[in-house]
Ligand binder design. Structure first.
Ligand code: AMP
Ligand code: ZN
Length: 286
Protein backbone atom coordinates (compact mmCIF):
# COMPACT_ATOMS: atom_id res chain seq x y z
CA UNK A 1 0.00 0.00 0.00
CA UNK A 2 1.45 3.38 -0.90
CA UNK A 3 1.19 6.34 1.55
CA UNK A 4 -1.85 7.88 -0.18
CA UNK A 5 -3.68 4.55 -0.17
CA UNK A 6 -2.86 4.07 3.51
CA UNK A 7 -4.20 7.52 4.44
CA UNK A 8 -7.40 6.87 2.47
CA UNK A 9 -7.95 3.45 3.97
CA UNK A 10 -7.25 4.72 7.52
CA UNK A 11 -9.71 7.57 7.13
CA UNK A 12 -12.29 5.26 5.55
CA UNK A 13 -12.00 2.91 8.52
CA UNK A 14 -12.57 5.72 11.04
CA UNK A 15 -15.48 7.21 9.08
CA UNK A 16 -17.01 3.73 8.76
CA UNK A 17 -16.82 3.28 12.55
CA UNK A 18 -18.45 6.69 13.04
CA UNK A 19 -21.27 5.74 10.65
CA UNK A 20 -21.81 2.14 11.71
CA UNK A 21 -21.99 2.93 15.43
CA UNK A 22 -23.67 6.33 14.98
CA UNK A 23 -20.93 8.08 16.91
CA UNK A 24 -21.05 11.59 15.50
CA UNK A 25 -23.01 13.84 13.19
CA UNK A 26 -21.65 16.85 11.35
CA UNK A 27 -24.18 19.22 12.93
CA UNK A 28 -23.15 18.20 16.45
CA UNK A 29 -20.72 20.11 18.66
CA UNK A 30 -17.86 17.73 19.28
CA UNK A 31 -15.24 18.20 21.96
CA UNK A 32 -12.14 16.04 21.57
CA UNK A 33 -10.19 15.10 24.69
CA UNK A 34 -6.74 16.05 23.42
CA UNK A 35 -3.61 14.85 25.18
CA UNK A 36 -1.05 16.02 22.63
CA UNK A 37 -0.23 12.37 21.84
CA UNK A 38 -0.64 10.59 18.51
CA UNK A 39 -4.19 9.25 18.85
CA UNK A 40 -6.12 12.32 19.89
CA UNK A 41 -4.09 14.52 17.53
CA UNK A 42 -4.84 12.19 14.59
CA UNK A 43 -8.51 12.18 15.59
CA UNK A 44 -8.75 15.98 15.81
CA UNK A 45 -7.07 16.35 12.44
CA UNK A 46 -9.22 13.73 10.71
CA UNK A 47 -12.51 15.06 12.11
CA UNK A 48 -11.67 18.64 11.20
CA UNK A 49 -10.59 17.56 7.69
CA UNK A 50 -13.92 15.82 7.17
CA UNK A 51 -16.06 18.76 8.22
CA UNK A 52 -16.91 17.94 11.84
CA UNK A 53 -17.39 20.81 14.30
CA UNK A 54 -14.52 20.14 16.72
CA UNK A 55 -12.87 21.84 19.67
CA UNK A 56 -9.93 20.48 21.63
CA UNK A 57 -10.01 20.10 25.40
CA UNK A 58 -6.75 19.44 27.23
CA UNK A 59 -6.42 18.55 30.88
CA UNK A 60 -3.07 19.79 32.11
CA UNK A 61 -1.97 17.18 34.65
CA UNK A 62 1.31 18.96 35.32
CA UNK A 63 3.41 15.84 35.41
CA UNK A 64 6.67 17.69 34.77
CA UNK A 65 8.48 17.95 31.45
CA UNK A 66 6.26 15.36 29.75
CA UNK A 67 3.11 17.45 30.40
CA UNK A 68 4.86 20.60 29.20
CA UNK A 69 5.83 18.89 25.92
CA UNK A 70 2.32 17.51 25.39
CA UNK A 71 0.77 20.94 25.80
CA UNK A 72 3.37 22.74 23.69
CA UNK A 73 2.81 20.31 20.79
CA UNK A 74 -0.94 20.57 21.09
CA UNK A 75 -0.88 24.36 21.14
CA UNK A 76 1.21 24.42 17.98
CA UNK A 77 -0.96 21.79 16.26
CA UNK A 78 -4.21 23.61 17.09
CA UNK A 79 -2.83 26.95 15.97
CA UNK A 80 -1.64 25.52 12.65
CA UNK A 81 -4.95 23.81 12.03
CA UNK A 82 -7.34 26.52 13.21
CA UNK A 83 -8.76 24.42 16.06
CA UNK A 84 -10.03 26.11 19.24
CA UNK A 85 -8.12 24.77 22.23
CA UNK A 86 -9.31 24.85 25.86
CA UNK A 87 -6.81 24.05 28.56
CA UNK A 88 -7.94 23.07 32.05
CA UNK A 89 -5.54 22.98 34.96
CA UNK A 90 -6.34 19.81 36.93
CA UNK A 91 -4.83 21.20 40.14
CA UNK A 92 -7.00 24.31 40.00
CA UNK A 93 -10.18 22.25 39.53
CA UNK A 94 -9.36 19.53 42.07
CA UNK A 95 -7.75 21.70 44.73
CA UNK A 96 -4.74 19.39 44.83
CA UNK A 97 -1.90 18.70 42.40
CA UNK A 98 -2.12 15.42 40.47
CA UNK A 99 1.34 14.13 41.57
CA UNK A 100 0.37 14.69 45.24
CA UNK A 101 -3.03 13.06 44.72
CA UNK A 102 -1.32 10.05 43.09
CA UNK A 103 1.07 9.76 46.01
CA UNK A 104 -1.73 9.88 48.61
CA UNK A 105 -3.95 7.49 46.64
CA UNK A 106 -1.12 4.99 46.48
CA UNK A 107 -0.24 5.14 50.15
CA UNK A 108 -3.82 5.35 51.49
CA UNK A 109 -5.75 3.27 48.95
CA UNK A 110 -3.12 1.24 47.12
CA UNK A 111 -4.23 2.74 43.79
CA UNK A 112 -1.93 2.96 40.77
CA UNK A 113 -1.22 6.28 39.07
CA UNK A 114 -3.15 5.05 35.99
CA UNK A 115 -6.29 4.40 38.06
CA UNK A 116 -6.16 7.85 39.65
CA UNK A 117 -5.47 9.53 36.32
CA UNK A 118 -8.30 7.62 34.57
CA UNK A 119 -10.85 8.62 37.22
CA UNK A 120 -9.99 12.30 37.38
CA UNK A 121 -9.61 12.68 33.61
CA UNK A 122 -13.07 11.22 32.98
CA UNK A 123 -14.58 13.51 35.63
CA UNK A 124 -12.84 16.64 34.39
CA UNK A 125 -13.46 15.90 30.71
CA UNK A 126 -17.19 15.40 31.29
CA UNK A 127 -17.55 18.57 33.38
CA UNK A 128 -15.54 20.77 31.08
CA UNK A 129 -17.02 19.37 27.86
CA UNK A 130 -20.45 20.20 29.26
CA UNK A 131 -19.30 23.76 29.95
CA UNK A 132 -18.20 24.02 26.33
CA UNK A 133 -21.67 22.95 25.18
CA UNK A 134 -20.48 19.62 23.80
CA UNK A 135 -23.01 17.15 22.45
CA UNK A 136 -20.34 14.46 22.14
CA UNK A 137 -16.98 13.92 23.78
CA UNK A 138 -14.59 12.06 21.50
CA UNK A 139 -11.41 10.43 22.73
CA UNK A 140 -8.50 8.87 20.86
CA UNK A 141 -8.70 5.41 22.45
CA UNK A 142 -7.45 2.88 19.91
CA UNK A 143 -7.62 -0.89 19.53
CA UNK A 144 -4.40 -1.47 21.48
CA UNK A 145 -5.71 0.59 24.44
CA UNK A 146 -8.99 -1.28 24.43
CA UNK A 147 -7.46 -4.76 24.16
CA UNK A 148 -5.17 -3.88 27.08
CA UNK A 149 -8.03 -2.63 29.22
CA UNK A 150 -10.19 -5.68 28.49
CA UNK A 151 -7.33 -8.04 29.28
CA UNK A 152 -6.40 -6.17 32.47
CA UNK A 153 -10.02 -6.32 33.65
CA UNK A 154 -10.09 -10.07 32.98
CA UNK A 155 -6.77 -10.73 34.70
CA UNK A 156 -7.80 -8.70 37.75
CA UNK A 157 -11.11 -10.56 38.01
CA UNK A 158 -13.02 -7.37 37.22
CA UNK A 159 -14.98 -8.96 34.38
CA UNK A 160 -18.03 -6.70 34.78
CA UNK A 161 -15.95 -3.59 34.07
CA UNK A 162 -15.83 -4.82 30.47
CA UNK A 163 -19.41 -3.63 30.08
CA UNK A 164 -17.78 -0.35 29.03
CA UNK A 165 -16.38 -1.87 25.80
CA UNK A 166 -17.34 -0.53 22.40
CA UNK A 167 -16.89 2.68 20.44
CA UNK A 168 -19.89 4.26 22.18
CA UNK A 169 -19.22 4.23 25.89
CA UNK A 170 -21.64 3.30 28.60
CA UNK A 171 -24.83 1.38 28.96
CA UNK A 172 -27.12 4.27 29.70
CA UNK A 173 -26.26 7.22 27.54
CA UNK A 174 -29.30 9.49 27.75
CA UNK A 175 -28.56 10.97 31.16
CA UNK A 176 -28.71 14.68 31.84
CA UNK A 177 -25.26 15.93 32.73
CA UNK A 178 -23.47 13.06 31.03
CA UNK A 179 -21.82 13.86 27.72
CA UNK A 180 -21.84 10.79 25.50
CA UNK A 181 -18.28 9.57 25.02
CA UNK A 182 -17.27 8.10 21.67
CA UNK A 183 -14.10 6.46 20.36
CA UNK A 184 -13.85 6.77 16.57
CA UNK A 185 -10.34 5.17 16.44
CA UNK A 186 -11.69 2.06 18.14
CA UNK A 187 -10.65 -0.35 15.39
CA UNK A 188 -7.31 1.31 14.53
CA UNK A 189 -4.05 0.08 15.98
CA UNK A 190 -1.55 2.43 17.64
CA UNK A 191 0.86 1.75 14.77
CA UNK A 192 -1.72 2.86 12.23
CA UNK A 193 -2.43 6.16 14.01
CA UNK A 194 1.29 6.76 14.40
CA UNK A 195 1.86 6.25 10.67
CA UNK A 196 -1.10 8.52 9.87
CA UNK A 197 0.43 11.29 12.01
CA UNK A 198 3.78 10.81 10.34
CA UNK A 199 2.35 10.93 6.81
CA UNK A 200 0.23 13.99 7.59
CA UNK A 201 3.19 15.73 9.28
CA UNK A 202 1.36 16.16 12.60
CA UNK A 203 3.33 17.37 15.60
CA UNK A 204 2.93 14.91 18.46
CA UNK A 205 4.64 13.95 21.69
CA UNK A 206 5.93 10.40 21.20
CA UNK A 207 7.07 9.95 24.77
CA UNK A 208 5.17 7.64 27.05
CA UNK A 209 3.50 8.97 30.21
CA UNK A 210 6.14 8.80 32.99
CA UNK A 211 3.55 7.43 35.44
CA UNK A 212 2.21 4.51 33.38
CA UNK A 213 1.61 1.45 35.59
CA UNK A 214 3.97 -1.47 35.24
CA UNK A 215 1.01 -3.86 35.05
CA UNK A 216 -0.42 -2.06 32.01
CA UNK A 217 3.04 -2.08 30.42
CA UNK A 218 3.41 -5.82 31.04
CA UNK A 219 0.00 -6.55 29.52
CA UNK A 220 0.89 -4.30 26.56
CA UNK A 221 4.17 -6.13 25.91
CA UNK A 222 2.50 -9.50 26.26
CA UNK A 223 -0.37 -8.63 23.90
CA UNK A 224 2.13 -7.24 21.38
CA UNK A 225 4.00 -10.54 21.37
CA UNK A 226 0.74 -12.44 20.92
CA UNK A 227 -0.35 -10.07 18.14
CA UNK A 228 2.95 -10.53 16.31
CA UNK A 229 2.52 -14.29 16.36
CA UNK A 230 -1.25 -14.26 15.83
CA UNK A 231 -2.17 -11.21 13.74
CA UNK A 232 -5.67 -9.98 14.54
CA UNK A 233 -5.82 -11.38 18.06
CA UNK A 234 -6.45 -7.99 19.72
CA UNK A 235 -9.39 -7.31 17.41
CA UNK A 236 -10.78 -10.79 18.09
CA UNK A 237 -10.54 -10.26 21.84
CA UNK A 238 -12.28 -6.88 21.77
CA UNK A 239 -15.00 -8.05 19.34
CA UNK A 240 -15.73 -11.10 21.46
CA UNK A 241 -16.20 -8.96 24.57
CA UNK A 242 -18.39 -6.56 22.59
CA UNK A 243 -20.67 -9.52 21.81
CA UNK A 244 -20.99 -10.15 25.55
CA UNK A 245 -21.76 -6.53 26.39
CA UNK A 246 -25.54 -7.02 26.66
CA UNK A 247 -25.03 -10.12 28.79
CA UNK A 248 -22.61 -8.27 31.09
CA UNK A 249 -25.03 -5.34 31.34
CA UNK A 250 -27.58 -7.64 33.01
CA UNK A 251 -25.17 -8.03 35.93
CA UNK A 252 -24.19 -4.39 36.30
CA UNK A 253 -26.07 -1.65 38.07
CA UNK A 254 -26.70 0.65 35.13
CA UNK A 255 -28.71 3.41 36.74
CA UNK A 256 -26.78 6.64 36.96
CA UNK A 257 -27.50 8.99 39.84
CA UNK A 258 -25.97 12.35 40.73
CA UNK A 259 -23.04 12.56 43.12
CA UNK A 260 -24.12 14.01 46.47
CA UNK A 261 -20.96 16.08 46.67
CA UNK A 262 -20.20 17.38 43.19
CA UNK A 263 -23.47 16.80 41.33
CA UNK A 264 -21.82 14.91 38.48
CA UNK A 265 -23.46 11.76 37.07
CA UNK A 266 -22.24 8.71 38.97
CA UNK A 267 -23.05 5.03 39.44
CA UNK A 268 -23.04 5.49 43.23
CA UNK A 269 -24.09 8.16 45.75
CA UNK A 270 -20.59 9.59 45.82
CA UNK A 271 -18.62 9.57 42.57
CA UNK A 272 -15.15 8.06 42.22
CA UNK A 273 -13.41 11.44 42.09
CA UNK A 274 -15.09 12.66 45.27
CA UNK A 275 -14.34 9.31 46.98
CA UNK A 276 -10.71 9.77 46.04
CA UNK A 277 -10.58 13.37 47.29
CA UNK A 278 -12.39 12.36 50.49
CA UNK A 279 -10.01 9.48 51.20
CA UNK A 280 -7.04 11.76 50.59
CA UNK A 281 -8.48 14.36 52.96
CA UNK A 282 -8.95 17.00 50.31
CA UNK A 283 -12.70 17.53 50.79
CA UNK A 284 -15.04 16.72 53.61
CA UNK A 285 -18.16 14.68 53.01
CA UNK A 286 -20.63 16.89 54.82
P1 AMP B 1 -4.93 7.55 27.83
O1 AMP B 1 -5.84 7.52 29.01
O2 AMP B 1 -3.70 8.36 28.06
O3 AMP B 1 -4.71 6.23 27.16
O4 AMP B 1 -5.73 8.41 26.74
C1 AMP B 1 -6.89 7.98 26.14
C2 AMP B 1 -7.60 9.16 25.52
O5 AMP B 1 -8.02 10.05 26.54
C3 AMP B 1 -6.72 10.02 24.62
O6 AMP B 1 -6.69 9.52 23.31
C4 AMP B 1 -7.37 11.36 24.71
O7 AMP B 1 -8.49 11.46 23.84
C5 AMP B 1 -7.87 11.40 26.12
N1 AMP B 1 -6.87 12.05 27.00
C6 AMP B 1 -5.81 11.49 27.60
N2 AMP B 1 -5.11 12.39 28.32
C7 AMP B 1 -5.75 13.57 28.17
C8 AMP B 1 -5.52 14.90 28.66
N3 AMP B 1 -4.49 15.17 29.44
N4 AMP B 1 -6.40 15.86 28.31
C9 AMP B 1 -7.44 15.58 27.51
N5 AMP B 1 -7.71 14.36 27.02
C10 AMP B 1 -6.88 13.36 27.33
ZN1 ZN C 1 -18.57 13.73 43.03
Amino acid sequence: MNPREFVESFERKVLRTIGEYQLLEKKEKVVVGASGGKDSTALLYLLKRHGYDVKALHIDLRLGEWSRKCLANLEQFCKENGIELHVVDAEEKLGIGVPRLMELARSKLGLSCCSVCGVIKRWLLNREAKQLGAEKLATGHNLDDEAETVMMNLLLGNVKANVMVGPKVGIESEVKGFVQRVKPLYFCSGKETELYCELMGLKINREQCPRISSFRLDVRRWLNILERENPGIKLKLVKQIMKWKQELAKHVKSKLVYCKLCGEPSSSEICKTCKLLLACGEIDGK
